[in-house]
Design a protein around this ligand. Structure first.
Ligand SMILES: [Zn+2]
Length: 238
């Protein structure tokens, strides 16, 4: 099986754009062990509703200095998300809320870590029998009549980068907060053993801003004419 990174393009054909944030977010954290202050506003679970929690106002883009409190807030969310979700600081939840304008391609990658699709595109790709396509409603406001219905794909994190492409001498993630602290290698290589049970579309757990599609996904998307304003870049496996 081949794997492809869904990349944005330098110059777009469609005018569509949006500025939006998810309704809730785990706060950023200050790690008492490695002293990093960090959050990842990349991993998102748009179907997860935090309004059922006793204190949803604490789930906002802010810094929680008390690490034990951060852990408490995170554990409150855990029963609501799929098993195995890492729940890093800054993980986002709920629908995308914000403003949108212009014309959109069937697959929308305005931000490389967030994949939207028109409803028809999700349904046609699902009809191809692809696994891992969960389209969630967004709350994007358009000022025009008959706006498109854009769904956000909720992507499971799975798979790792191969150690050969990681920085030499990298000490591994922080044992307390899990932060990796390296930037994306220029030539990413996927760790084949970590992808044996991959669905057709997922987020790379080892570097969350990478959205990965299988050969089956890419073939179907190309056949349906969906390779517009994004490109499928094959990544080597090892
Ligand atoms: Zn740490």
């Amino acid at each position: 099986m081949k794997f492809y990174w869904l990349c944005d393009v330098a110059s777009r054909h469609f005018s569509g754009w949006y500025e939006a944030t998810h309704k809730w977010s785990l706060p950023g954290a200050h790690c008492p062990k490695c002293d990093a202050i960090w959050s990842t506003h990349v991993d998102a679970y748009p179907s997860v509703d935090l309004s059922v929690l006793p204190n949803p106002e604490k789930y906002a883009a802010r810094l929680e200095e008390d690490y034990a409190e951060f852990e408490r807030l995170r554990e409150q969310v855990r029963p609501l998300v799929p098993e195995g979700v890492p729940l890093w600081p800054g993980t986002e939840f709920g629908p995308l809320e914000g403003a949108a304008k212009g014309e959109f391609s069937p697959l929308v990658l305005c931000y490389p870590w967030t994949l939207l699709m028109k409803r028809e595109a999700v349904e046609r790709l699902q009809a191809e029998g692809l696994a891992g396509l969960k389209g969630c409603r967004t709350e994007l406001r358009f000022r025009k009549k008959n706006p498109p219905e854009l769904l956000e794909l909720e992507l499971s994190p799975l798979g790792q980068l191969h150690p050969d492409c990681l920085p030499e001498g990298w000490p591994g993630p922080c044992s307390k907060c899990g932060r990796s602290g390296f930037s994306l290698p220029e030539a990413p290589i996927l760790d084949a053993a970590s992808l044996s049970r991959a669905p057709d579309l997922f987020r790379l757990a080892g570097f969350l801003s990478l959205i990965i599609g299988t050969e089956r996904f890419v073939e179907a998307a190309r056949r349906l004419g969906y390779e517009k304003d994004l490109v499928f870049r094959e990544l080597p496996l090892k």
